[in-house]
Design a binder for this molecule. Structure first.
Ligand code: GN1
Ligand code: MG
Length: 365
């Protein structure tokens, strides 16, 4: 990432001294993030250049964020919490706008940096996973009365598994990068699961699962943990907050959190599904959200884990076929490695479907 992206022009736009110290924050595949501080010891700010290609309507993100953080602030205040620490706070531009568009047309936003708390790339203990589960469960619970349908759908069909399958088929058909011949085995894996792709979206259409406010990127690194207590402080990265299914938010956490290796590990013998990690996350999640979920939602949490992992695997594979245009890659076959890794994890989860269901039932007593 280019350090020079966060120029004095950007700082000044948000009313920050153009001589502020700027450091890049690495992590995500999509946006470019920096931390700025005007003077040593003073408040810090997170500045983000939003990826225009992934998010063509950044003003929709801003509106969703304003609605959701405003609602969360009230709820947090109502239960005696600190609304400036337990949810994100936007710092507007010098002329009072929630976003700034730079000369090249890139949207930027500025958030208060939450001090004394850290985001971890991967869970370092079962206790940490349980905290993450609690944080995302709490997010679900606090927002359970928010009118989900009023939110913008930031990325249409983001977690629509059949639509993701169709996008993969489209990538096969166009074969933009001439790579289809290399991925026969991976495509077979996806074809075999075409019907399974429709399970949760089908239940939503039949009204058997409710539409909720979902986060849609529920990985460990999108939670801040308090440096002193280790307790979850805040859910971050609200770019993809939109209406969705609870099982997918739960499932996306399990995809990363209950896997024994990183999503781009190439030694597939290391890629296992770990029921103990699943249980730790589920314990935290259900402690916070168990009561507000319907029975059907609870029953389908394991399916969310399987379908979410399948979906991300299909997205990596489609991006590989499209010539690596969406996910940031660090090596030529990075997206293919990621797809193989996710599909291995899907197999592991399919074998553990019953165990996952039993854990959820036991946790709900
Ligand atoms: C992307 O950029 P990051 O890491 O927050 C992606 C997620 C994927 C994830 C896979 C907007 O998230 O959906 O699960 O990569 N976000 C978007 O690592 O597409
Ligand atoms: Mg993200």
């Amino acid at each position: 990432m280019e350090h020079s992206l966060c120029t004095p022009e950007i700082l000044a736009a948000f009313g920050l001294s153009p001589t502020s110290a700027v450091t890049p924050l690495y992590g995500g595949h999509i946006n470019d993030t920096f931390v700025a501080q005007e003077a040593p010891g003073g408040p810090r700010y997170t500045l983000q250049r939003v990826n225009r290609f992934v998010f063509p309507r950044p003003e929709d993100i801003t509106e969703n964020m304003a609605g959701v953080t405003g609602f969360l602030q009230e709820k947090i205040r109502g239960r005696g919490g600190d609304p400036e620490r337990e949810t994100l706070t936007v710092r507007p531009t010098a002329d009072g706008k929630p976003m700034f568009t730079d000369r090249a047309g890139h949207p930027w936003r500025c958030l208060r940096y939450i001090e004394g708390a850290t985001s971890y790339e991967t869970p370092e203990s079962l206790a940490m996973l349980e905290e993450a589960g609690f944080a995302f469960g709490d997010f679900q619970r606090l927002l359970s009365e928010y009118p989900a349908h009023t939110l913008h759908e930031i990325i249409p069909d983001f977690h629509n598994t059949p639509a993701r399958f169709a996008q993969l088929m489209e990538a096969v058909k166009t074969d933009k990068a001439g790579r289809v011949a290399e991925v026969g085995k991976e495509l077979d894996f996806a074809y075999k699961r075409e019907e399974a792709c429709g399970l949760l979206t089908g239940l939503l259409e039949k009204g058997e699962l409710p539409l909720r406010v979902t986060h849609n990127d529920t990985k460990m690194s999108n939670i801040l943990l308090d440096d002193k207590t280790g307790k979850a402080v805040c859910v971050i990265d609200l770019d993809t907050v939109m209406p969705g299914l609870c099982a997918f938010d739960f499932g996306d956490s399990i995809r990363a959190g209950a896997a024994t290796a990183a999503e781009d590990e190439t030694d597939l013998t290391k890629v296992r599904f770990d029921l103990e990690r699943f249980s730790a996350y589920a314990r935290g999640f259900l402690r916070a959200a168990g009561e507000i979920l319907t029975e059907k939602e609870r029953d389908t949490l394991p399916d969310g884990a399987i379908l979410m992992t399948l979906e991300v695997g299909m997205r990596f594979l489609a991006d590989y076929l499209n010539g690596d245009v969406y996910f940031r890659t660090a090596r030529p076959q990075h997206n293919l490695d990621r797809a193989r890794n996710q599909f291995k994890l899907v197999e592991e989860m399919e074998a553990a479907r019953e165990d996952m269901g039993r854990v959820v039932r036991e946790l709900m007593g």
